[in-house]
Design a protein around this ligand. Structure first.
Ligand code: NCD
Length: 362
């Protein structure tokens, strides 16, 4: 068997120790948030969603937010932008294809430039795992991770959670370690390259859910559960969630209340050969499979979906699908996250928070 190239290793090293404290408004990893913190953000998302748009528009009136995107995006970028604008902020998009990034400008210099232009927070999507940590420390602004390489996508995990709760725990207000006890969420497909899978498997078990990872060995290495289990608090009793691997899709489906399908990330396959017909035979979510093995489960997908590959059109458009609901939930979640970025720990006169002092930077 060929050894796997290094960049295909699933477990990303921990970010380097930082010379500066991270800004309390940054959201780099889902683990930046306690269960209480997640609970508060979800509650705030609901409040903001219900608020009168004219009143909501004053919350971040004229504050400046930069969206810095080194990878393509439809849902994440648009919903962050709409969320920031719904709070009254001014947004500007910098993409790698139409900026000086194409000329070779570094992430650090791009961050410093955005800061010099008055950006008060940066929303970053980057193809390298760990890039948001580097940007945070060099630009010294709150940074929101909109997806970094194969690593994390914390706001996606939050919007997925909002969707799961709406269907499986309606009416729950405060979250705790057993809110999702008895719930099995199966994540299916290209787990190896999925930052969505990673953030979800880091978060859902902290609320008591059982996460089952399902896929072929090429896309789901045996080590995939390690990064998640190391972060779980020791807990006793039936509420203790966990992360497991089940290679048999239909077996996993039978135990699931939520099935989260993933796209095969062709852009990150790095030469990996995959027999797509074999993949579909084992892991495609078809109407027949769904009816036979999980007729009550919700069907989730972070998008973009590839109809006819990981999911059939009938299932994507079917009654069990929550795909578009997830997209809508993204706006509410991102309003709460953007608001937190510009207000967390910072007094209303906007002076820097303690531990987040200006100056002293080379
Ligand atoms: C995903 C991403 O970019 O991580 N999509 C998203 O943000 N909603 C998943 C993917 O690209 O397949």
């Amino acid at each position: 068997m060929n050894p796997q190239p290094r960049r295909r290793t699933f477990n990303t090293p921990a970010p380097p120790a930082s010379p500066f404290p991270y800004h309390p408004g940054s959201l780099l990893s889902i683990l930046d948030l306690s269960v209480d913190g997640v609970s508060r953000l979800l509650a705030r998302a609901t409040e903001l969603e219900k608020q009168d748009p004219l009143k909501r528009n004053r919350i971040l009136a004229k504050r400046r937010i930069a969206l810095l995107f080194y990878e393509s995006s439809t849902r994440t970028r648009t919903s962050f932008e709409l969320a920031a604008k719904a709070l009254g902020a001014d947004t500007t998009l910098v993409s790698n294809l139409s900026s000086s990034i194409e000329k070779g400008e570094s992430l650090k210099d791009t961050g410093l430039t955005l800061r010099a232009l008055g950006a008060e927070a940066i929303i970053l999507r980057h193809n390298s795992s760990g890039a948001p940590w580097l940007l945070e420390q060099s630009a010294r602004l709150p940074v929101l991770n909109a997806g970094d390489g194969m690593h994390e996508h914390p706001t996606q995990a939050l919007l997925d959670l909002r969707t799961i709760l709406a269907h499986l725990r309606p009416g729950v207000r405060a979250l705790g370690a057993d809110t999702l006890a008895g719930v099995t969420v199966t994540i299916v497909g290209d787990i190896l390259h999925s930052r969505v899978a990673r953030s979800n498997m880091l978060m859902l078990p902290r609320l008591g859910a059982r996460v089952v990872l399902c896929g072929p060995k090429e896309l789901l290495p045996e080590t995939a559960t390690q990064s998640a289990t190391g972060t779980l608090p020791r807990r006793q009793g039936p509420a203790a969630g966990g992360v497991e691997i089940e290679r048999d899709f239909e077996e996993a489906m039978r135990e699931s209340q939520a099935i989260m399908m993933l796209r095969i990330q062709a852009e990150r396959l790095a030469g990996l050969q995959l027999d797509l017909e074999e993949y579909k035979a084992g892991y495609q979510l078809t109407g027949q499979r769904l009816a036979a093995h999980a007729p009550k489960a919700i069907v989730m997908h972070p998008g973009p979906i590839i109809r006819g590959m990981e999911i059939t059109a009938g299932v994507a458009d079917g009654v069990q699908s929550t795909i578009l609901e997830q997209v809508t939930n993204g706006v509410a979640i991102r309003m709460a996250v953007v608001e937190r970025a510009l207000t967390a720990g910072v007094p209303s006169d906007r002076s820097p928070s303690p531990g987040w002092k200006e100056g002293g930077r080379a």
